[in-house]
Design a protein around this ligand. Structure first.
Ligand code: DC
Length: 224
């Protein structure tokens, strides 16, 4: 089965998908990590503003996900890039390269190939709409901008960093606007997706809500 989980940034989708996949003993495909790998190489080569060059990087991307005790590791060739793809600079860069048609086109095949595991949760922005439109279950995982800002606040506080709530809400809304309105594969809520609004749920409840949806689908399919 393929479960497509799409939704905006900062709602905790990745962490919840990872934990849910672990508890179900399913595979997980974090498609954002694939875009991040392209961004990392593009930055290193100094071509992050060149869509054609970024497309070439995407076309030749030799990416592997490797299970480890501390979670899933991401490799480009033999190089472990799990940490580098999560830095602030890579995040800034990936937001610029993800909208490029040349990149999205090339990454489509890679995502479909990697996503064809036995039972897999595939998470991203356009999984239900573009990558796996025939997914067995589509979930639109979201939370209000204010709830997402509160989650960020906890992260900031844990690191002892200063935090302006209104500013973070503003940044989140701005980022949403970019993802909703971009020309290539904008983030949309598919008509056949089940909306999982986690604004009032904590981490544990969010995992359980996703797991419940998946288990219900598995049960329905086994009766079909
Ligand atoms: O989920 P994330 O923050 O790791 O995603 C990184 C970037 O890639 C972000 O700009 C959204 C983009 N992305 C995308 O456009 N389509 C996907 N399927 C996954 C991620």
């Amino acid at each position: 089965m393929i479960i497509a989980v799409d939704g905006p940034s900062g709602a905790g989708k990745s962490t919840v998908c990872r934990e849910s996949a672990k508890r179900l003993n399913w595979s997980l495909l974090d498609t954002g990590a694939i875009y991040r790998c392209v961004a990392l190489i593009a930055m290193e080569k100094g071509v992050a503003d060149n869509p054609v060059e970024c497309g070439k990087i995407a076309q030749n991307l030799d990416i592997r996900f490797v299970a480890s005790k501390s979670g899933q590791k991401v490799f480009i060739g033999d190089r472990d890039v799990s940490t580098e793809i999560r830095t602030f600079e890579t995040t800034q860069c990936v937001n610029r390269i993800a909208p490029m048609a040349e990149v999205r086109r090339e990454l489509l095949g890679i995502q479909r190939r990697l996503g064809h595991a036995a039972n897999v949760i595939v998470e991203g922005r356009d999984i239900g709409s573009v990558v796996f439109p025939d997914a067995d279950l589509k979930v639109y995982y979201t939370a209000t901008a204010e709830a997402r800002a509160m989650r960020r606040m906890k992260e900031f506080e844990a690191k002892g960093e200063k935090f302006n709530f209104d500013e973070v809400v503003r940044q989140i809304k701005e980022r949403d606007e970019t993802e909703f309105t971009r020309k290539e594969s904008p983030l949309i809520q598919c008509e056949d997706a089940i909306v999982l609004d986690t604004s009032n749920l904590d981490f544990e409840q969010s995992c359980q809500a996703l797991i419940d949806l998946i288990q219900k689908k598995v049960l329905e399919s086994s009766h079909a």
